[in-house]
Design a protein. Sequence first.
Length: 384
Amino acid sequence: MKIIRVSATPLNIPVTIDVLGLNQQTSLSLCLTEIETDTGLVGHGMTAITEEEIIAAAVREVAGPALIGEDPMATERLWDKLYWLLSPRGQTGYASHAIAALDIALWDLKARALGQPLWRLLGGARSRVPVYATFGFGFFERDQLAAAARLWVSQGFRRLKMTVGGHALARRDEPRPIDEVIAEDVRRVAAVREAVGPDVKLYVDANCGLDLFHATELARRIEPYGISFFEEPLTQNDVRQMAQLRARTSIPLACGQNEGLAFRFRDLLVNQAADVLQPNVTISGGYSQCLKIAGMAAAFNVPIDNGGAWPFHNMHLHAGVSNGGMAEYHYVAVQMLKQVFDDLPVPQDGWLQLPETPGLGFAPNADRVRELAKLPTSRGKGKA
């Protein structure tokens, strides 16, 4: 079996956030990949939270041609080939996104060829995974945020995540004083905790939007509200400062969803900088590398969870490995994915059941993708 075609499709997809009558309009982008063999088998992959046009160009012009004629079952060898082709000097960023998108397609193809669901091929540790719902976005007013939290709990979710930090560092020249952002964050966290009670797990995510001083202050002030982890508190996931923050707060720290290569996770572990690692298969080099990251985490007895959305691809990793954790059911990302893919599973009582069909168990709808591809790309505005 040989690879005969590799394609990439950049998409920027409008999303309507229809919650509590808001009808908020936004968009998210992703890049779909497709790998076809001379036997007619096709595998599908994707990446996101990046410039979809750049990834598509990298796949079409550089990475894709390098895969033509190769054996798609040799996922380890092909990952290594793509690494030395796209990031020979340790770069992360776009190269890791492109590798992830192609690696996912290769694993989907391999599982289809072997007639196995992908999660079973990755180890088959469990047939369902817990999910947490990312619901608490910055566009909600405080009372709307509390109402949304109650809504998600009524739908069976007992694990909820909300954003904090308001991208304060990136937006500090508006001006938006960071101390005011944090003060409002404290009030918002308090409102959500009051709305859902003490037994619902609550997570917060600053999207790398704070410095150490303000992240420390925010953590100190929200500790009384029983936060299960504080995700991406610091700009750049600065390993040294993550370790310092971890020593200053009782709230567990989580990060890693946007890290591109395994050495970054090694550094987080060796420096005791995170309580939870969050590799994302659509970003962190695909399944081939995330299996190694999961192995490193197991060796350090550090749990892993899915951060950075895209639960339907990440659920296979967390069902496959014995130390797998939660998948992130990110409301906006899921609404977008429903426009692209058929046969997506639906959470029941806070769990996702893994499919028994070969491969990923779902695939892009070709007709809808063709229509979506006619829309303008994001030009850097599709990262949420």
